[in-house]
Design a protein around this ligand. Structure first.
Ligand SMILES: [Zn+2]
Length: 263
């Protein structure tokens, strides 16, 4: 499996992806909003884009579909319940479904509601797994729930699926929000030395050559994976005494999600 992360450079800071089979040159484009850049990248590598996968129905993820289909004839894949909101879907997928790319690449679909209720992440069947996490999981952060999502479901997705993935899973999110998210981590957990060190190291990184984190790194500096951190809890309890002395993981997650909205 070859992964090409395409930085759009737009105001929403979207990342698009091409996933290619090295044997056949077939490629799948994830959320190819900047279809021009995706097509250029495919051409440079000698790849043939045969499929488009939308992680969810928001326009900054589906907006390139039409032009990409016109240019390549690629089939559009998305969550089985997204049909009404993504025009001209060719294949609806659910939890456990596998999307093949060429001969060698298998991507397993995870049903990951929360950011929207028809959001999928895909996990590669490779020695070192890679998670294409759309707007569910960002580097150092979690998706919002403003446009068709629900925080309770987002918590369930984190708790029952993302938390259980192996530490060496590579994380490929739908947007570059790394630095802002790390600042939020520090706001919630001022003694998080990993987050502080990463801001220093990556603040001026070139998004064309962005850091790819692993789940092990996320567990250290993503506040939404740090629900048991004594310093996260202590600060919440001090600010919101109504949470009680030992709030549940779910209550911590929901409060963090709420605070991130107005931060
Ligand atoms: Zn979205």
């Amino acid at each position: 499996m070859i992964v090409e992360q395409v930085w759009t450079g737009n105001a929403y800071r979207n990342f698009n992806y091409l996933i290619a089979c090295p044997e056949t040159g077939d490629a799948l484009a994830i959320d190819p909003l900047d279809y021009g850049k995706c097509l250029d990248a495919a051409r440079e590598n000698g790849w043939n884009i045969t499929q488009i996968l939308n992680t969810h129905e928001h326009g900054d993820h589906t907006g390139g579909n039409k032009a990409m289909v016109r240019a390549t004839g690629a089939k559009v894949i998305a969550h089985q319940n997204a049909g009404g909101r993504i025009p001209n879907m060719d294949r609806g997928v659910g939890a456990g479904d596998v999307v093949k790319v060429g001969k060698t690449v298998e991507l397993e679909c995870l049903d990951t509601p929360g950011h929207t209720m028809s959001h999928i992440c895909v996990l590669s069947h490779t020695d070192q797994p890679a998670l294409f996490s759309g707007d569910t999981l960002f580097n150092a952060g979690a998706g919002n729930c403003h446009n068709g999502g629900h925080p309770h479901e987002l918590y369930e997705t984190f708790e029952s699926q993302l938390e259980k993935l192996p530490d060496d899973t590579l994380i490929y999110p739908g947007h570059d929000y790394l630095i802002n998210n790390l600042r939020f981590t520090l706001d919630r957990e001022p003694d998080n030395a990993t987050a502080a060190g990463m801001i220093e190291q990556y603040e001026s990184q070139d998004p064309n050559d962005a850091l790819v984190t692993t789940l092990a790194m996320e567990r250290e500096m993503n506040t939404f994976f740090r629900l048991d951190s004594p310093s996260v809890i202590a600060r919440l309890v001090e600010q919101f005494p109504e949470m009680g002395d030992s709030p549940s993981r779910k209550d911590v997650f929901l409060k963090l999600r709420e605070l991130r909205n107005s931060w």
